[in-house]
Every structure is written in C-alpha cells, then in structure tokens.
Write a protein that binds this ligand. Structure first.
Ligand SMILES: Nc1ncnc2c1ncn2[C@@H]1O[C@H](COP(=O)(O)OP(=O)(O)OP(=O)(O)O)[C@@H](O)[C@H]1O
Length: 253
C-alpha cells in the first residue's frame, strides 16, 4: 500500500478562511438551452434576474477538522465546495485556502468520455498535479482500489455510474492535498464500495487531512464529522458541533 503523506500544515492551524462571501448566479441560466435562447421572443435579451446562491457566509477551518455540509437541495452546498476548490470565484468577500485541495465534487470532473480508463487515470491525476512517475507508482493501487482492471482499456463512456465514482474516488484519494472535498457523489456507489471509501477517508483523517463532506445521511455525517455547517437559502444558518447542527436542521429543514 502506498504510504499516506502527512500534510505540511500542523493540526489546529487555519487552512481555510471564508469571509463575508457571496456568490451570485443568473436565475435559470443552468437550464436554458441553445434552442430556447434562439427562439426566445425579444431575442438578444438574456434574462438578467440574479440571485444569491450564497451570501454573508463566514467561517474558518483548522487543519485536521472534518466538516459536514448540510442543507436541502439547492441551498448552496456544492457552491461552497466549489469556492474551496477554487473553481468558482466569489462575487463578494474573500476565500483563502492554504494547502492543496483534492476535490471529489463532480463524478466526471476531469474525466473524458472518449478516453479509456487507463488514459483517464493519467489525465485526471495529472490535472491534479501528479507527476507521471508518481502516477506510474500509484497506478496499480488506483486500479485495484477502483476494481476496474478488466475495463482499463474500455472507453470511459461505457463505464457504469458506479464504476465512474469508484475510479474518481480512487484517483482523488491518492492525491496529497491537505483538504479533501467529497460531494454527495459517493451515494452512487454500492454499499460495499462505500464502506471501502469510508475506510479510506478514516485513514486520510487519521493522518491529519481536512475533510468537507456533503451528505444527506445523518449517520455518515456523524461518523466522520465533528462540526457541521448548515446552509439554508445560501445563508449559513448554523456552524457548530455536528449533533447540534443536525438537530437544528431536522427542526427547520
Ligand atoms: N452555474 C450556475 N448557474 C446558475 N445557477 C446555479 C449554478 N450553479 C448552481 N446554481 C443554483 O444555485 C443554487 C445552489 O446550488 P448548489 O448546487 O450549491 O446547491 P446544493 O445545496 O449543492 O444542492 P443539492 O443538494 O441539490 O446538490 C441552486 O438554486 C442552483 O440551481
């Protein structure tokens, strides 16, 4: 088994600062297709109704903390993880992240349908900053953990959704980032594989990695996280011990 690298940031040091952050989106933009854009009456005018997916959000995270992000659908959880991953820039406020981030936030993030599983491992790990020699060294472990050896030369587009998650988790969990982001994607995998991922997360936490976990499962959140962030309508409603935050969510959610 490849040795897990301990993060350079000591436990207890601040690794993430989120200060008065706001993210604004254009309403409905996500679902608007080309056809709709072309056929719209009053063409040329794109709707400009904006809304805040996150607003006035502030918190700090110390190295080694495991944080559960809680909230109903569409309340800003993924948006928050994208800010920490650096794939989204806030419209207001400041996000400061010290240390590399290993993001598992979208199953297919960094994976290309037309490439094989093997090629995708090199591509995705490379995009996350792993050198070729390092990928060569970790390749077998990535493949075995994901249990995709028989499909290494199959195009990624033919992978089942469970296989896609297995491969993505396997690659991301081999990265040396101080901060691990796991968005609901694990829910797609089967129970046995989920258990394997959970053991892996335990190992990463035990060497001092910092975890952000988005989940709708109270038991998963309680298993890993000591602290909860509860988002409602883009607002940080609660930040505290996971049990108290889950209780507040159960009452208000
Ligand atoms: N790129 C985008 N453009 C426009 N709106 C967006 C975009 N990304 C997210 N949104 C909207 O922002 C809001 C927050 O989305 P987000 O994905 O952060 O929610 P979530 O809490 O992760 O939800 P879920 O539990 O369903 O994954 C939603 O209303 C969503 O539709």
């Amino acid at each position: 088994m490849v040795q897990l690298i301990e993060p350079t940031t000591a436990r207890g040091q601040t690794v993430i600062t989120v200060e008065d952050v706001g993210v604004q989106f254009i309403l409905g933009r996500r679902n608007m297709g080309l056809r709709e854009l072309i056929l719209r009456p009053g063409k040329g005018t794109v709707p400009t109704t904006k809304f805040w997916a996150l607003r006035n959000v502030s918190f700090e995270v110390n190295a080694g903390e495991a944080i559960g992000v809680i909230g109903r659908n569409g309340q800003g959880k993924s948006t928050l993880l994208k800010l920490v991953a650096g794939v989204l820039i806030p419209d207001e406020g400041r996000v400061e992240v010290r240390g590399d981030v290993s993001p598992l936030i979208e199953i297919t993030g960094g994976f290309v349908n037309d490439l094989t599983g093997r090629e995708n491992i090199y591509l995705a790990a490379g995009l996350h900053g792993m050198k070729k020699a390092e990928i060569d060294e970790k390749f077998d472990e990535i493949v075995d953990f994901a249990e995709v050896r028989d499909f290494l030369d199959t195009p990624y587009r033919h992978y089942s959704s469970g296989m896609k998650v297995r491969l993505a988790f396997s690659v991301v969990s081999q990265l040396d980032g101080q901060i691990l982001l796991v968005d609901e994607v694990l829910a797609v995998g089967d129970k046995r594989f989920r258990e394997k991922c959970y053991n892996r997360i335990d190992e990463l936490l035990s060497v001092g990695r910092t975890l952000f976990l988005v989940s709708h499962s109270a038991s998963d959140l309680q298993r890993f996280c000591s602290r909860g962030l509860y988002l409602r309508s883009g607002e940080l409603r609660a930040d505290g011990p996971i049990d108290a935050v889950l209780e507040q969510y159960a009452q208000e959610g």
